[in-house]
Structure formats: structure tokens, C-alpha cells
Ligand binder design. Sequence first.
Ligand code: GAR
Length: 214
Amino acid sequence: MSINIAVLASGRGSNLEAILAAIAEGKVDAKVKLVLVNVPGAGALDIATKYGVATTVIPNAGMTRKEHEEKVIAELKKHELDFIVLAGYMRVLSADLLSHFKDSRGFFKVINIHPSLLPAFPGIRGYEEAFEYGVKIAGVTVHLVDEKVDHGPILAQATFERLPDDTLESFKARGLKIEHEIYPQVLQSIAKGGVSFFQRHTADATADRETARR
Ligand code: GAR
């Protein structure tokens, strides 16, 4: 089946572009109903426009988190969405916002891509921290979002090597190229067969649930 998604972004939008290009090429059975951006002038807006996708800018500057999220929720609710896809959206989503987008098993219909092999290096400097730490194997993670930052069930991961002559820039560029492959692949796999991940064997109640299938 085809899935309806909204993409949330804050910056340049290269993951958004990879998703839109994959959809245009028929590699992902999805429709981007809306691109929602919190930073006026973000590159993601031009990319959405290039692909004929509706955009909304909801700046968070000068607003409380609650005020901002109320506007975001209202905008998202105007559409029939199967998933909310975070692509470089540099804001933590509150439990209240997430609660509006719950599936029948209690998971949130919100997907994120993070530039590290989670649970290593959560936060907003994934590549930088992995590089500074001196990892030999780095990676990217696509996961369902839960109430904790960069924490929910892992949908896909891919690795790449830190090479001896890597600069931070070459290291990041190699990771980003992988992001652009893995994110469309995950969306297509969800469109075809639903959400799937390994059950966590931890005491963490939010994660310790059976494998979810839409
Ligand atoms: C990507 O590297 C993405 O993984 C990262 O921001 C970048 C956005 O680039 N996200 C995070 O760090 C989330 N914690 P893009 O705007 O070109 O897609």
C-alpha cells in the first residue's frame, strides 16, 4: 500500500530530497502530503517546492514549546497521515505531541533518522561526536520515536568505516550518502510490510513490547 507522510525538517533538507527523489522514481510507495519546517528560509522549503509539495513554516522563535507544538499538531491534523517523518528536524517532540500520533499498539507513528549507531552518540552532534571519539565503525540509525531523545525501536542501521585520512567533512559526507539510501529504503519497507523491529530485552516499559506490525 501507499503511505501518506509529512516530513518535518529544520535545515538543508538533503534527506527530504532523497525521499522525494525516490518517490518520483517509483522506488518508494509514499506521498508527501506536507513539509513542515520550523526555521524560516530552511533549504528544505525550496526542495519541497521543487517537487510540488505543500510547505508550512511554523517558526518556534519567541514561542513556548507548548505554543509551538499546538500549531504543529493542528497543521499535521489537517492531513490523513500514516507517518510523520523527521528529516533533520532539530527539535525534541514532547510526549504530548507524540500522544496525538499513536498506533493501535501504543507506538508512535513518528520516524527519525539519526547520524550515529544508536544508542551511541544521541543528540544534535552525532557525526561530530563519533569522529571526535575516534570510532573505527560509524553509522546511521532509522528508528521509531518515543518519549526519550534518540531512543525508540530501531528500524534499520547501516555502518561505514572511519578511514585513516578522513576529515570530519569526508566522514560526514560518507554518512550522509548512506542516510540518503537507508531512509527511502525504510519507508518502502514500511509501505510494503509495516513497521518491524526486534523486541528489546530490557526493563524499559516503553520499548519492551512485541514486534509491531501495522
Ligand atoms: C542529517 O545528518 C540527520 O541525520 C541529522 O541532521 C542532518 C539533516 O540533514 N539529524 C540529527 O542529527 C537528528 N538528531 P538534512 O537537512 O540535509 O537532511
